[in-house]
Ligand binder design. Structure first.
Ligand code: FAD
Length: 393
């Protein structure tokens, strides 16, 4: 194998390219990205960048010189449009073609559109550095931000806006924020956290219409209520960027369907990061993870697989979120949990654990990083649900 192309110039892609070199691959490495910016880190976009603590220049994943030193050719601002797997050719949006011997797919995800008749023009989303740059000037003290969606990104944006002195309203379809994934105890805790910090949280409502034509925004909810604001941001989840793979022969469904070692259904093509769905042996479950550490670890693993090191990718997913000076760390899974238990709860600390058929599978830890590390070990070793306290002692 002499020519490897990595499609997707972000977290998983950069780590895949880096790992190729670390494993001694000395052939051509090309990193193709639809974005014009040099690869950067996304988590600060909804945190330090919005708060004005980091400039966008500070969130680059690697300095420009690194790509040169590593002999990695960057093709920015050029989306891949098609794969001809039979002839080993990748088509790019600028009309050019790249011949490859191996491909790493790392095209991540993009924001889900708001489900409103006629769409919702003028509504911000937050996925890219351009999105953050477009949003930031609107976050001026005294204005009213309406955040549609009380997931992680929505709540982080709400928290940052409140800190900047905006009036903030969050509209969430579930009965409490985050409850669909973490249950009501976590949902109530986060609702109270936001309300204590001045955020208005409207739950159990979806959007009927959004009108941003008059300078301000007027949002009609499914129950007929009208919320008026100055600026609207939608954070209603994301979808894997797989549409460009149609006709390539690569199996897709909820993302790219990978084998246990992250190989796709087509030889010499692997996938990593938000886009990759694979069966995780620790949970005996097919999953697709949209978390930072998964993109790093899978990028590295997929590169090794492509070079012939065929090991299953086994991991305990990990995620963090920062809201109003609190940090939640989550390890494991909550999907199909048959049990959950509040281990600790006060205004500053929250620990909730999740079990599935007698086995500990997940833990939410707010304000207790050490507990998180212990739960991670316990989940990895498939500790029994009845004795998590012993497992983390
Ligand atoms: P992405 O980062 O989505 O990158 C994919 C890249 O591929 C993009 O540059 C895209 O433009 C490009 N691309 C797409 N299609 C094509 C194509 N056809 N051709 C070429 N290039 C293409 N995770 C956490 O664990 N904690 C956090 O606090 C956290 N905060 C976040 C805050 C924000 C605002 C966002 C958006 C995400 C956050 N995440 C967080 C999630 C984390 O950043 C993602 O899981 C991670 O970026 C996934 O990396 P990736 O490389 O798989 O995909």
């Amino acid at each position: 194998m002499r020519r490897i192309t990595v499609v997707g110039g972000s977290l998983a892609g950069v780590h895949a390219a880096e790992a190729l070199r670390e494993h001694g691959f000395d052939g051509d490495v090309t990193l193709v990205s639809a974005e014009f910016s040099r690869p950067y880190d996304r988590p600060p976009l909804s945190k330090q960048v919005l708060l004005g603590e980091y400039d966008v220049a500070e969130i680059a994943l690697r300095p420009a010189s690194w790509y040169e030193e590593q002999g990695i050719e960057l093709r920015l601002g050029t989306a891949a449009t098609a794969i001809d797997a039979k002839h080993g050719k990748l088509s790019l949006a600028d009309g050019s073609e790249l011949e490859y011997d191996g491909l790493v797919l790392a095209t991540g995800s993009r924001p889900r559109a708001l489900n409103v008749t006629g769409g919702a023009p003028g509504v911000h989303v937050l996925r890219s550095v351009e999105d953050a740059v477009a949003l930031r000037p609107g976050l001026a003290a005294g204005r009213h931000l309406v955040m549609v969606g009380g997931g992680f990104i929505g709540l982080e944006v709400a928290g940052a806006a409140a800190k900047l002195g905006l009036e903030v309203t969050v509209i969430e379809a579930s009965m409490t924020p985050l409850s669909r994934r973490f249950g009501d105890d976590v949902g109530h805790w986060y609702r109270e956290l936001h309300e204590r910090n001045g955020v208005r949280v409207i739950c159990g409502s979806t959007l009927a219409s959004v009108d941003v034509s008059t300078g301000g925004a007027s949002i009609t909810l499914s129950d007929g209520r009208i919320v008026k604001g100055d600026i609207v941001v939608a954070g209603v989840g994301s979808v894997p960027a797989v549409e460009w793979l149609a006709g390539s022969g690569i199996d897709t469904g909820d993302g790219v369907v990978c084998g246990p070692d992250l190989r796709t259904s087509v030889p010499n093509i692997v996938a990593a990061g938000d886009i990759a769905s694979w069966r995780n042996p620790i949970f005996d479950e097919r999953m697709r993870i949209e978390h930072w550490s998964n993109a790093v670890d899978q990028g590295r693993h997929a590169a090794a697989t492509l070079l012939g090191d065929r090991q299953d990718f086994a991991s305990v997913p990990y995620f963090w979120t920062d809201q109003h000076d609190t940090k939640m760390r989550f390890v494991g899974r909550t999907k199909d949990a048959t049990d959950s238990r509040v281990e600790k709860l006060d205004d500053n600390k929250l620990i909730v654990t999740y079990g599935r058929e007698g086995v500990l599978i997940g833990a939410v830890c707010v304000g207790s990083p050490r507990d998180m590390a212990k739960y991670k070990v316990a989940i990895q070793s498939r500790a029994p649900w009845d004795e998590p306290a012993a497992a983390v002692a």
